[in-house]
Write a new protein. Structure first.
Length: 345
């Protein structure tokens, strides 16, 4: 079975083709991605209307590129999958509309996919796929969650952020330092030149006794420190960036280890854009190696939003019997949609 996946939840347009195989993990045949970063840089952040219009321009050429790379023709596609939510409403509608139009034209069923489930299952695209069950750390610009994952569609929320997500903490702190957009990667690059112990920044909720996160207070502390530095900020910017990154990573690693201890599981999956952070990977790898715990990540180029994770999530849902694709081409989108609220319908 061939599954064509379309991702358009925010500022990346992604299309991919995945082939299911009996008794095994689905195989990625081809994928293509267009990032809107350059377009949004002038505004210091994502402009939803511009994002939606750009998805319209990009999605069909990307689909053609994927089909050409895979050596397949459009009529060979068995299921068309798309991101149903969460995300920007207008952007989601583009992907949903194109997917349902293709489905109707080809007389093929369609399947709406949860964006975060795509991230969660994206490590199955790697050369070292995980096995169920595992703890999942989902870290991105909009979400920070710890989940217990027993199988496809079987998710238990262990803890989540009560305010800013980890990615937001990176981006907002970078903006306070004048690093531009996208701030998170810029902050991480600058942090390599700084001293992570230069400033004593808070680790919110680190000893809260639960698995929830909070990063708004850290952002405020970064703002306070930047104001204290005044004219010296430019000279100390690398140190402040390194200290900020260290605080975020420290919380993510220690909460993840607590989740492993409390669940008794010996495997953890890290997914989402922040999962590409090198310090996070290094510290989590080292801590888990000491505990004899396996860590799995998506390939670096699949950490951002992409069509491959949507096609993979759809294929795994269909293989597991968690959900059936449908021939009803009326569609809706869910800009807000908790991962643990997937109903399988």
């Amino acid at each position: 079975m061939l599954v064509l996946g379309i991702e358009s939840s925010c500022d990346e347009t992604g299309v991919a083709l995945v082939r299911t195989q009996s008794g095994g993990v689905p195989v990625l045949l081809a994928h293509a991605l267009h990032s809107q970063i350059e377009m949004h840089q002038a505004y210091g952040g994502v402009v939803p209307e511009l994002a939606s219009r750009d998805h319209i321009r990009r999605v069909l050429p990307l689909a053609e590129e994927v089909l050409a790379e895979s050596g397949r023709r459009l009529p060979e596609v068995d299921v068309v999958a798309y991101t149903r939510g969460p995300g920007l409403a207008g952007a989601l509608l583009v992907g949903a509309g194109v997917a349902c139009a293709l489905g109707a034209a080809l007389n093929r069923p369609v399947l709406g996919v949860h964006h975060l489930e795509g991230h969660l299952l994206s490590p199955f695209l790697s050369a070292d796929p995980p096995e169920f069950p595992f703890v999942a750390l989902l870290v991105s610009g909009g979400h920070t969650q710890l989940m217990r994952v027993e199988g496809v569609g079987r998710y238990e929320l262990l803890g989540e952020t009560i305010d800013d997500a980890a990615g937001e903490a990176f981006d907002k702190s970078a903006k306070l330092m004048g690093l531009g957009y996208p701030g998170g990667p810029a902050l991480s690059r600058l942090a390599q030149q700084g001293d992570p112990a230069a400033f004593k920044l808070p680790r919110p909720l680190l000893h809260s006794g639960n698995l929830d996160f909070s990063f708004a207070g850290l952002k405020t502390a970064v703002l306070t420190q930047a104001r204290k530095l005044g004219d010296d900020l430019e000279a100390r910017k690398a140190d402040l960036a390194a200290s900020t990154q260290a605080a975020i990573v420290d919380v993510l690693v220690k909460k993840s280890l607590t989740a492993l201890r409390e669940t008794g599981l010996r495997r953890i999956v890290v997914a989402g854009g922040v999962g590409a952070n090198q310090l996070l990977r290094a510290q989590l790898d080292a801590a888990c190696a000491r505990l004899g715990v396996r860590v799995h990540y998506p390939e670096l180029h699949l950490c951002t939003d992409n069509g491959a994770m949507i096609a993979m999530a759809a294929a795994m849902r269909l293989q597991s019997g968690q959900q059936q694709a449908r021939f009803d081409y009326a569609f809706d989108v869910k800009p807000r949609w908790p991962l643990n609220a997937i109903d399988g319908a």
